[in-house]
Design a protein around this ligand. Structure first.
Ligand code: ZN
Ligand code: FE
Length: 257
């Protein structure tokens, strides 16, 4: 399965999954149908599925138009998003499986950014391969999504679930927020050498206008403050006494950053 990354709107990414053998494609969070159609034409592939992570317009905006082009397409989304995702006909919950061109993806229920948010994890097929995680606006490179509909505890549990996946998992998050996220991370965790190195790399990549996605889950665990609420130095940096308080203070500070 190849993953094509399509920059969309101002800072979104659409992910077009392609299985060259069967020439089938699926798309994660199509913000813009035209971009998807253009990429499909280039690949000469047929679109068979839309995998939505949550109901926000910058993730489902292209659904209707894609459905009209591919009448047999199936639209997947979370059970709790019923009625909020255009064309949705498969309602997923934690532990459900999805299938695309012979690959099986696992559904993780990750509320917090929205109350119905889900993520899709495609485990590696061959040993030594990377798994692919499509996590929408839950985990970002160097950060996490805003809490629009969920509580800090919910988001912390959702992020814990994601960080339990293998370190070499590729994290395909839906926005290019990495540089700003790491600038914020440095304000609370400046002494973290992995964070310093990562910041320097990301700054260079962004100067060259390169995408910083996908990142690796292992890198997130070492550098992303929103996965490091157990770190005592981070807890004391935000004057918190436990992980939940650490997480919610960090989230509040990032909202105002
Ligand atoms: Zn969103
Ligand atoms: Fe978004």
């Amino acid at each position: 399965m190849q993953v094509n990354l399509l920059p969309a709107l101002s800072d979104n990414y659409i992910f077009l999954l392609h299985e060259p053998k069967q020439n089938l494609a699926a798309v994660v969070d199509p913000a813009d149908a035209q971009l998807v159609l253009r990429c499909l034409a280039k690949l000469g592939a047929e679109l068979v599925a839309i995998f939505n992570t949550h109901h926000h317009m910058d993730h489902v905006g292209g659904n209707r138009q894609l459905i009209s082009h591919f009448p047999k397409i199936r639209v997947y989304g979370g059970m709790e998003d019923r009625g909020r995702i255009p064309g949705q006909e498969v309602f997923l919950q934690e532990g459900d499986k999805v299938e695309f061109a012979g690959r099986v993806g696992e559904v993780l229920f990750v509320p917090g950014h929205t109350k119905g948010h889900i993520a899709y994890y495609f485990p590696p097929v061959e040993p030594g391969e990377a798994g692919e995680l499509f996590c929408g606006d839950t985990l970002f490179a160097g950060g996490c999504g805003r809490l629009f509909e969920g509580t800090p505890t919910q988001m912390l549990n959702s992020l814990s679930k994601l960080s339990a996946l293998p370190d070499h998992t590729r994290v395909w998050c839906a926005h290019e927020y990495t540089l700003k996220n790491l600038q914020f991370a440095l304000t609370v965790n400046a002494s973290n050498p992995d964070l310093q190195t990562r910041y320097a790399e990301v700054e260079k990549a962004r100067d060259r206008r390169e995408a910083t996605i996908p990142s690796l889950l292992g890198v997130e665990k070492r550098t992303n403050p929103f996965l490091r609420w157990e770190d005592p130095s981070l807890q004391s940096a935000v004057n918190a006494k436990d992980p939940v308080q650490t997480f919610s203070r960090l989230r509040g500070m990032r909202d105002r950053f």
